[in-house]
Design a protein around this ligand. Structure first.
Ligand code: HPA
Length: 270
């Protein structure tokens, strides 16, 4: 990656009409319905955006959308790139650099995750307060990283405190249970073994998933305030572990999605 590739992609999108978005949103697995609330001005398939990786997971539609939500100009990633699809961490996070270069001032991220904390139930929502990176690499580990920001990026508060406080208030006012916790990112795509779920609990994880942490690291690299929420789709109880059912995970994400949409819409209004 270099500044030329970023410029080429940004020029392409600006030329298409992606003008001055204020807020960027990343929609995770099974969480595409927010799009139906947007007054859409433009949408472009990832496959048609120069330098974008191409999404291969069939339930991700893989589109960049520009439009208006709650009177704010938003740019939405419907579907994201995962390490488990074979992309590098630089590729996975390239779109975040593009959104920032387009002008967003805030980033809202969502994902589907497994509940390690067994006080949390499937269908619940968790506000990510902190994370553990178990993906075995960093999206900032490349030669010319200092052209783009501070190499030794601070991670003392990766998730924006103001937006977190606002989201907690919003959840209260809308009677939405919003847990708070630590999200751990693994590579996947295989789910965890019982021993791995036990290990994740011991190291302090409340939820586990296969995304988000690289995007959040890059947002911090770009000094872009970011917030992230997990929709908890399964309960990862090592003492009573059932075989994974991906269709059920996606269905649960869909059912819990209305809560996430309320939270994001109210946050965007502020
Ligand atoms: N593990 C990893 N990723 C996940 C899970 C899980 O249990 N559930 C949803 N995404």
């Amino acid at each position: 990656m270099n500044s030329e590739t970023i410029k080429e992609t940004v020029d392409f999108l600006k030329h298409k009409g992606f003008h001055n978005p204020e807020i960027g949103i990343v929609l995770g697995t099974g969480l595409g319905q927010l799009v139906s609330h947007i007054d859409i001005a433009l949408e472009v398939d990832y496959a048609d955006i120069p330098n974008f990786p191409v999404s291969t997971v069939e339930f991700h539609s893989g589109k960049l959308i520009f439009g208006t939500l709650e009177n704010k100009k938003v740019v939405v990633m419907q579907g994201r790139f995962h390490l488990y699809e074979g992309y590098s961490l630089q590729e996975v996070t390239f779109p975040i650099r593009i959104l920032k270069a387009l002008g967003i001032q805030k980033l809202l991220v969502s994902n589907a995750a497994g509940a390690i904390n067994l006080n949390f139930k499937k269908g619940d929502i968790m506000l990510i307060e902190d994370h553990i990176n178990l993906q075995g690499g960093s999206p900032l580990a490349f030669k010319n990283v200092s052209e783009f920001g501070e190499r030794f990026t601070d991670m003392s508060e990766p998730y924006d405190l103001n937006m977190r406080h606002s989201l907690i208030e919003i959840a209260k006012n809308n009677n939405i249970t919003l847990h708070k916790g630590v999200y751990t990112a693994v590579v996947g795509p295989q789910l965890e073994s019982k021993a791995e779920y036990r290990y994740l609990k011991i190291i302090g994880a409340d939820a586990v998933g296969m995304s988000t942490v690289p995007e959040v690291i890059v947002a911090n690299h770009l000094s872009l305030p970011v917030i992230a929420v997990s929709v908890l789709t399964d309960e990862c109880n090592p003492d009573d572990l059932k075989p994974v059912n991906i269709a059920e995970i996606i269905a649960i994400a869909g059912q819990a999605e209305t809560k996430m949409i309320t939270l994001f819409k109210e946050l965007i209004k502020l």
